[in-house]
Write a protein that binds this ligand. Sequence first.
Ligand code: DQA
Length: 148
Amino acid sequence: MKLLFLNGPNLNMLGIREPGIYGRQTYQDLEKYIRDFCGELGIACEILQSNHEGALVDAIQSAYGRMDGIVINPAAYTHTSVALLDALKAVGLLVHLSDVSAREDFRQISYVRLACRRTFAGHGFQGYRMAAEALLAEKNGASEGEKE
Ligand code: DQA
């Protein structure tokens, strides 16, 4: 099982950026968290963060035929990017650290969600693990668990 974890703009500023919403842990902490649980679950992972929409599209395209799934937190591009929606074409699982449904009106628009089979929002770092476990369960032929 090989998964690509993609993180969008400003997530490299975790720990500094709005700690009241995103917490005090840094992006390096998030990468370590992902590598640790992937090791535990026997998942091979690639992790990428970019502030650039095109770089995220390139990474999604390069995953085709190479990776078994994509776990993406597109950050602000969630709410604006038709390019990411088109690139994902229903292969990804969407993660948000915060509960976007309880935030500003503009965050209620999610283009990327349309191309993602499931969304995990408001679980902090744990959302990434929940998404990876869901993909692993799908790969192992388990029936779909509850939707979030
Ligand atoms: C976010 C939510 C987005 O609305 C915001 O622009 C982000 C982070 C989250 O993880 O909660 O940058 O994707």
